[in-house]
Design a protein around this ligand. Structure first.
Ligand code: ADP
Length: 218
């Protein structure tokens, strides 16, 4: 049986969002991306967005209680009743303990944690080369998957943008934060016997196939 909660863990640029999207589509359960929810709040200039903007752009984490709050609210929506995927959350031990408490309160078992491991210089290329279509959100990479016409989306001709935190200084800060605050979660979940490590250097399709095969047998 598929666990109620699937958690994607991995450094910035590891491909958590890409894999989470595939698994969400396959099982028809929601993908909860704290990064996407926060970026949306910044765009809409809500109180949450205004409070989070500077930290996000500099590549620091948003405070635990703020992120815990938006995740708790999202998980309580009816579409999460049959399970959900967390992408980019938890990122600190305190957030992981918060997820444990929520699952215990709901009477659900332990999550399955999918740790995507990627070589550091590949991470840097993925982050510095990433470009996103301002119209449809399609993701390109100037090193690995460039559009046919520079700066424009192949699908709809939309202008390709770089995320505000995909600059060199913020990227360094995000990677440092990952090593210091998030990577301890690997041992935390290994200790609970719920960790599955994936080779994130592979092509996205190959990772997704391996993962869906594993889940179908789990
Ligand atoms: P990435 O993994 O590429 O750094 P995300 O889109 O997951 O990007 O997150 C972007 C930013 O949003 C983070 O750098 C951080 O400021 C904020 N954020 C996202 N998830 C969390 C979280 N669980 N806890 C604290 N801050 C978060």
């Amino acid at each position: 049986m598929r666990p109620h909660a699937l958690i994607f863990l991995g450094a910035p640029g590891a491909g958590k969002g890409t894999q989470a999207r595939e698994v969400a589509k396959h099982y028809g359960i929601p993908q909860i991306s704290t990064g996407d929810m926060l970026r949306d709040a910044v765009k809409r200039e809500t109180a949450l967005g205004l409070a989070a903007k500077a930290r996000m752009e500099s590549g620091s984490l948003v405070p635990d209680d703020v992120v815990d709050g938006i995740v708790a609210e999202r998980i309580n929506q009816p579409d999460c009743a049959n399970g959900f995927i967390l992408d980019g959350f938890p990122r600190t031990i305190s957030q992981a303990q918060f997820v444990d408490r929520i699952l215990a309160e709901k009477g659900e078992g332990r999550p399955l944690v999918l740790d995507i491991e990627v070589t550091e210089d590949l991470l840097l290329k993925r982050l510095t080369g990433r470009r996103t279509c301002s119209v449809c959100g399609e993701i390109y990479n100037i090193y690995f998957n460039s559009p046919k016409v520079e700066g424009l989306c192949d699908r709809d001709g939309g202008k390709l943008m770089q995320r505000a935190d995909d600059n060199e200084v913020s990227i360094r800060q995000r990677l440092e934060g990952y090593h210091r605050q998030t990577s301890p979660l690997i041992e935390y979940y290994r200790g609970q016997g719920v960790l599955l490590s994936l080779n994130g250097d592979l092509e996205p399709e190959a990772i997704a196939k391996g993962l869906l095969d594993y889940l179908s047998k789990a």
